[in-house]
Design a protein around this ligand. Structure first.
Ligand SMILES: NC(=O)c1ccc[n+]([C@@H]2O[C@H](COP(=O)([O-])OP(=O)(O)OC[C@H]3O[C@@H](n4cnc5c(N)ncnc54)[C@H](OP(=O)(O)O)[C@@H]3O)[C@@H](O)[C@H]2O)c1
Length: 327
């Protein structure tokens, strides 16, 4: 395998940290793009010579600060652009566009100015393709743009258009679209609403593998859904109950109740400055289906997502060991 100098934005994040670790283990020179304020605990220590000769270097900056990004891109062959604001709600919604769209535009500009970059693997999201009420979507779907549940969804859809325009101009960008990356850190006493709408669930390690294979085998300009099993939240709760040997929820919490709770949480958030766990936009998301086929990634990227049951069997005990959930 060719060893490359790779820049990973969002390196301190849940996905980015694991991606850096795998690239490092694969023997690449990883430039981990982080902010001065970032929590670096998910990254391997900056060092020379992992077992396969991998190296990791911290590069400080902000994706909204073009000069810091341009400096970080120097000498790189590949950019993994995973940095984003990933929240359903923020008190200042304009930040979604400045970070999630402005950040991608800066990456594309830095690509043009750098001259050494062969591929840009851009982490989009299933949200960028829009809801799939009543059907299963694939990479041919683009967001209708008529309605957005969240500002995050809107920013990812706008950024997707920026990425597709760049690809049509010949830039070597590959947008990849993960499903919901399993990361449950709370408990709900009941099913959410009818809980029958389907969502696509991905395991973080499968998504990381999909990113790395996109670098090696992906065709520039092509889009790849890195989604997983399409399942309802009812399925998630039932499988989680089976794995943790706890009781399944015995009732459904109506979405209207959750929405009211969301509005109250947003009010509290404005007073306390702490982000709400549930907000009205989250409830809007829950009112739709987001189910996708990852057949193209399976065929072209050798992508083999694990089942929801396999994923939860790994994630739930891990979260328990970290003290993030109890059962
Ligand atoms: N989580 C999911 O279910 C999911 C599903 C589909 C797609 N995705 C996509 O996957 C990517 C990673 O998501 P994640 O779940 O790993 O999120 P995460 O844990 O919140 O990580 C986000 C990363 O972006 C960085 N970041 C945010 N604003 C930045 C800025 N202005 N400049 C530089 N870095 C900035 C954060 O840095 P700090 O540590 O300094 O805050 C962090 O490293 C995102 O593009 C997201 O849209 C996520």
């Amino acid at each position: 395998m060719k060893k490359r100098v790779v820049l990973v934005t969002g390196a301190s994040g849940y996905l980015g940290g694991r991606l850096c670790r795998e690239l490092f283990n694969g023997g690449h020179h990883v430039k981990a793009f982080v902010r001065r304020t970032s929590d670096l605990s998910s990254l391997p220590p900056p060092t020379d010579g992992g077992t396969r000769g991998g190296t990791l270097e911290l590069v400080f900056g902000d994706v909204t600060d073009y000069q810091s990004l341009l400096h970080a891109c120097s000498g790189c062959h590949v950019i993994f652009h995973a940095a984003a604001l990933v929240e359903p709600w923020l008190p200042d919604p304009s930040r979604f566009l400045s970070v999630n769209v402005g950040g991608l535009k800066n990456v594309l500009q830095a690509y043009k100015e750098t001259g050494t970059i062969e591929k840009i693997v851009y982490t989009s999201s299933f949200f960028a393709l829009g809801p799939t009420d009543g059907y299963l979507a694939n990479e041919t779907q683009t967001h209708s743009g008529k309605f957005f549940c969240t500002e995050y969804e809107k920013s990812k859809a706008v950024a997707d258009k920026v990425a597709l325009d760049a690809a049509s101009e010949g830039m070597p960008i590959l947008p990849v679209y993960p499903g919901i990356i399993e990361r449950f850190n709370g408990r709900l006493p009941g099913y959410i609403g009818q809980a029958n709408d389907r969502f696509s669930f991905s395991h973080v390690d499968d998504v990381v593998d999909g990113h790395i294979t996109a670098m090696d085998k992906g065709k520039p300009g092509e889009r790849y859904l890195l989604t997983g099993e399409n399942a309802s939240f009812r399925d998630v709760f039932d499988i989680a109950a089976m794995i943790t040997q706890t009781k399944r929820p015995s009732f459904g919490i109506p979405l209207l109740v959750i929405e009211a709770y969301g509005w109250i949480s947003v009010l509290f958030s404005k007073l306390t400055g702490k982000l709400p766990l549930i907000s009205p936009p989250t409830v809007c998301v829950l009112r739709h289906q987001w189910a996708y086929s990852c057949d193209k990634a399976k065929a072209e990227l050798d992508y083999h997502p694990r089942s929801l049951k396999e994923g939860l069997s790994e994630v739930l005990p891990w979260l328990k060991s970290l003290g993030l959930i109890k059962y």
